[in-house]
Ligand binder design. Structure first.
Ligand code: T4K
Length: 363
């Protein structure tokens, strides 16, 4: 094994020649952006691959969440999870809404549906859960609550390309799903994201919002902004999409290998998968205490291995920008959870090395 650093993830990249081949067309046409042919092709290819009716490609996953909130014209309180990346919450706040934190289920690490209703007030307008690490939320329970109270549902599906429930992509659930195509995601366009909806009118509105609010004749008909994906990013997406099935299968196999090797260690806990089929895009492991986590992380770092503390700290504790409200489960798990290296080209002997270091450090 060479001594190159092993990071929590590495982008899944098609061979450079294949990307270059697609780029030649961009150079020939000289069309770099403004809903060019590659963006349109990428959206079409994604719709086919994921079996969703509308995929509106945008600049990143954070903008995708903001656009979803804007398109649904939400103003008020949005119930969300504290166990997430800051982007979920900053998108809510940038749209002038107030995040209301609902604690998580300690097993699935997703929002706990049984705790949502107690947080609904006359100002609540939507629920915005996250399919954490690609683990499908209990979408039926969440829909039942939303329907009962007349609320919209936006899924932060940043991690969820490749996850499914009842044979449908997780991106097909909710009024709108917002996903990320960032370099660290299972499918990437370097930076990128998308809004997915089953509603044709909403998809058209999202496209107008993405393009300054223009309609077909460049009249301004929406309060829009610039969320356009470029042709270069779409070219990368098209090149990488060819390897999507292989990447997905590889993640599942490597997840299985990690789980098998680590299951012998009784002091570790794992995310539970209760609903649907996850995409196994991350390998989170929960330690007995933060002290043990720090010890393991230090040992891994000494061996040039760099896991990440996703998500730490729990977002409700960012008191410089948010009014603190206690979410004990999320705060407790955040302190004890570490995502181990997991990516397409990761070698199996690296997984074995990570496991050996963890076991040797704990025992
Ligand atoms: N909602 C949720 C639940 C999210 O997790 C995120 C983003 C969003 C919304 C918003 O989506 P975007 O607006 O980002 O599309 C990463 C990503 O920046 C972020 O996309 C992601 N979630 C978050 C969980 O993680 P960092 O701070 O971990 O990135 P960084 O630079 O430390 O990268 C981690 C490892 O990946 C590095 O050690 C090496 C490797 N890497 C990274 C990059 C950027 C590469 O090999 N190549 C690269 O280009 O944030």
């Amino acid at each position: 094994m060479d001594n190159k650093p092993i990071y929590v993830t590495m982008p899944s990249l098609a061979p450079l020649e294949e990307f270059n081949e697609i780029l030649k067309g961009v150079w020939d046409r000289g069309i770099l952006t403004h809903n060019g042919p590659l963006v349109q092709q990428f959206e079409k290819d994604l719709c086919k691959k994921l079996d969703v009716p509308h995929f509106v490609a945008v600049t990143n996953g954070t903008i995708a969440i903001q656009m979803a909130i804007k398109a649904l014209e939400l103003k008020g309180e949005i119930i969300t999870t504290p166990f997430t990346w800051i982007a979920t919450v900053s998108a809510i706040m940038w749209e002038g809404c107030t995040p209301v934190f609902c604690d998580i289920d300690p097993g699935t690490l997703n929002i706990d549906p049984s705790k949502i209703e107690a947080l609904i007030t006359d100002k609540t307008v939507a629920i915005l859960p996250v399919h954490v690490f690609g683990n499908p939320c209990d979408v039926d329970a969440i829909k039942a609550i939303a329907d009962k109270h007349g609320l919209k549902v936006i899924y932060d599906a940043a991690h969820a390309i490749g996850s499914s429930y009842k044979g449908k992509s997780m991106l097909a659930y909710g009024d709108i799903s917002a996903t990320s195509l960032h370099a660290t995601k299972l499918l990437n366009t370097a930076e990128g994201g998308g809004c997915i909806t089953n509603d044709s009118a909403l998809a058209e509105k999202l496209k107008r919002i993405r393009f300054f609010g223009h309609n077909d004749v460049k009249d301004i008909v929406e309060d829009g902004f610039n969320g356009k994906m470029t042709e270069v990013h779409a070219a990368l997406g098209i090149a990488n999409l060819k390897y999507y099935d292989e990447v997905l299968a590889d993640r599942k196999e490597k997840y299985r290998i990690y789980k098998n090797l680590l299951s012998k260690n009784n002091s570790l806990a794992f995310q539970t998968h209760c609903v649907g089929e996850p995409n196994y895009s991350y390998f989170p492991v929960i330690f007995d205490s933060e002290k043990i986590l720090i010890k393991v992380e230090e040992k891994l770092n000494q061996n040039n291995i760099y896991p990440r503390r996703y998500f730490y700290p729990s977002v409700n504790t960012y008191t410089k920008i948010i009014d603190y409200k206690t979410c004990p489960v999320s705060e407790e798990i955040s302190r004890r959870i570490l995502c181990l290296p997991l990516y397409w080209k990761l070698k199996i002997n690296c997984i074995e090395k990570v496991v050996l270091i963890i076991n040797n450090t704990i025992f």
